[in-house]
Write a protein that binds this ligand. Sequence first.
Ligand SMILES: NC(=O)c1ccc[n+]([C@@H]2O[C@H](COP(=O)([O-])OP(=O)(O)OC[C@H]3O[C@@H](n4cnc5c(N)ncnc54)[C@H](O)[C@@H]3O)[C@@H](O)[C@H]2O)c1
Length: 394
Amino acid sequence: MRKLKLGIIGVGNIGSKHYGHVLDGKCPDIEITAIADRRKVRRDWAMEKYAEAKAKGYSAEAPAVFTEGDDLVASGLCEAVLIAVPHYDHPHFAIEAFRHGQHVMCEKPAGVYTLQVREMIAEADKHPELVFGMMFNQRTNPVYRKMHDIIASGEIGQIRRTSWLITDWYRSQYYYDSGDWRATWSGEGGGVLLNQCPHQLDLWQWICGLPVKVHAKMKYGKWHNIEVEDDVSCWCEYENGATGTFITTTGDCPGTNRFEIVCDGGTLVCDKTSLKLYRLNPWEPEYSKTTKKVFGKPEVTEEIPVLEGENSQHVGVLNAFADAILNGGKLVADGREGIRGLMISNAMHLSDWLNKEVELPFDEELYYNLLKEKIATSRKKTAETVDGDTEGSY
Ligand SMILES: NC(=O)c1ccc[n+]([C@@H]2O[C@H](COP(=O)([O-])OP(=O)(O)OC[C@H]3O[C@@H](n4cnc5c(N)ncnc54)[C@H](O)[C@@H]3O)[C@@H](O)[C@H]2O)c1
């Protein structure tokens, strides 16, 4: 069977992981026909990695090597590109690739501000024959898939409260100093909401839907010497009147990862990797209306839902992407869905900057204008990029 000819733009921390997965044989339907990176050290690393893989039996030709992502796209050597450069440039490369007739797998977040992501989606919509995927690798986690299915099935009724305390994204000052683009308004466009939390913001909206209002408070450089947010507390409201909270930081250690969804007929509690379902009999609204006990409660039964499938993460997302292109299979996450989590994080920033509640959809021009003010005063970092082992960091 033929293999998908994939180009990787950016072989830094995560791009090199994707490249390694293919060369190590974990993505049998993909061959890497080109890579691009502005840094010579990463281009050299990619060729060394290729020689190693070849010696171990990787059979594809050596990838062409480019310095600029634009040259990789223009080369015509790839049917599809995987974009793994800093966030601001995701829409640029996606748009270029679509215009060259190439399928796109975009790293999270979809971009930094929704206006640029809308341009990316508009270009994708002009090419319905091209596959557009988003690297939301945590959507392969059986725990979140189960939560999604239970809520979508309606078996525990409508949501009344969501809360995600996601504070186990610890990062040190050394992490923030390890790249000139990191944790600056001009290079990254945000902090924990733009770098670590796009995964949770996506899962939160995928499972619970988009809120209609957010009110957020955040601290910038509270735990680190950085100019962007590293401590966020957000309250939200949904269309049905349910409420939610989302709290995150990169300062706590060990931190917590607890995601709770309270519904009329039960509660889902996800604590890191474990999932419990507390079912109510009868459902709370019925119990409350019918009971004659002064201090009674509905009967609660604890269940451990059976999880299905493997947690294939990045490899699973890439393999599904190849399958979607080669055989019409289903993506893990459509690229067009990337804007949804970004809408929440942009709205949270806007809420903090304006010091008031913000309704969704929000004023995206206003958000962009305020972001540009921050970019204009952003401090220039001269850090030399250090590559680290990302294992277990996502
Ligand atoms: N899905 C995940 O689990 C996950 C994990 C880490 C990072 N990411 C995302 O991947 C992206 C990259 O993050 P990273 O940590 O790998 O960053 P990084 O700085 O380690 O790597 C980015 C690489 O892109 C190269 N680059 C930048 N502009 C380029 C251009 N125009 N042409 C060619 N090469 C270019 C840089 O030289 C660098 O080597 C970010 O958007 C980040 O959010 C996703």
